[in-house]
Design a protein. Structure first.
Length: 255
């Protein structure tokens, strides 16, 4: 466990507690499968205590909050930010996109270098396609979807960390909203769940390595379920005679 904490990821960073927990969950699943086939008798992962995770990973923006953020940005900044929500791509995946990776007629993005280390595909909705088309019309860079606008970095991709720190995070702070750039990815998954998309499909769209990672979205309420439970209140109200505030009995605590 201590060795895993000190081992840098392929991107040169130490693994977050959530990453280690997902690794442990996957390892536990493997040992449980081995026990089922009687290859081993015990699951050593049962003796390991999971790390406490940062609740920030559970934060996502409501549509109203996201609109408030983008209304503070320039139109181009807002488009770049919305692409993150419409695709669920990670920061480095988005800002290092090459034009050759886009297939807008098919609504697909090819990601040659992902967190899992392999080639993956991103499905694009109609809004995302529209945003990419608008971005490409703004520049004539032959390689990068988001080219740097700094003269000294001509021919290089835009620095995603710089964009986030200067054109995204300050708006969160001004609005008093928790989060970071990765919160946009969580927003993508959360909005899918709220729209009624099943967890297996969310896992595929977010390209999670295991179902355990996707389970964080299981508790999020769906719009159709919210509408359903709200109907219960309307049934009761329809059967209850209307009374003025003065006619209603005073409420008091039960002793």
């Amino acid at each position: 466990m201590a060795l895993r904490q000190r081992t840098e990821t392929k991107r040169g960073k130490l693994p977050a507690p959530a990453t280690i927990n997902r690794d442990l969950a996957y390892l536990k699943m493997i040992f449980n499968e081995a026990i089922k086939h009687k290859w081993v008798r015990d699951n050593p992962v049962d003796l390991v205590t999971m790390f406490e995770e940062d609740n920030e990973d559970d934060v996502f923006f409501t549509p109203e909050q996201f609109r408030a953020i983008t209304e503070r940005q320039t139109p181009v900044q807002a488009m770049i930010t919305e692409i993150a929500v419409q695709t669920g791509m990670r920061l480095e995946e988005q800002f290092r996109l090459e034009i050759s990776d886009l297939n807008l007629p098919l609504g697909l993005i090819r990601l040659p270098d992902t967190k899992s280390g392999g080639k993956q595909w991103v499905e694009l909705n109609l809004r995302a396609i529209e945003l990419f088309e608008s971005i490409l019309e703004l520049h004539d860079d032959p390689r990068w979807v988001f080219p740097s606008t700094a003269p000294r970095h001509k021919g290089k991709p835009m620095n995603g960390r710089y964009f986030s720190d200067h054109y995204f995070i300050p708006h969160l702070e001004a609005l008093g909203l928790p989060g970071r750039w990765h919160t946009l990815r969580h927003t993508f998954g959360s909005w899918l769940r709220m729209a009624g998309v099943d967890l297996a499909t969310i896992r595929d769209l977010m390209r999670h390595s295991t179902q355990a990672v996707t389970e964080r979205y299981a508790h999020i309420g769906r719009y159709d379920r919210k509408a359903a439970v709200n109907k219960l209140g309307s049934v009761y109200e329809a059967a209850t005679p209307t009374a003025t505030r003065e006619e209603r009995p005073a409420l008091r605590l039960v002793k």
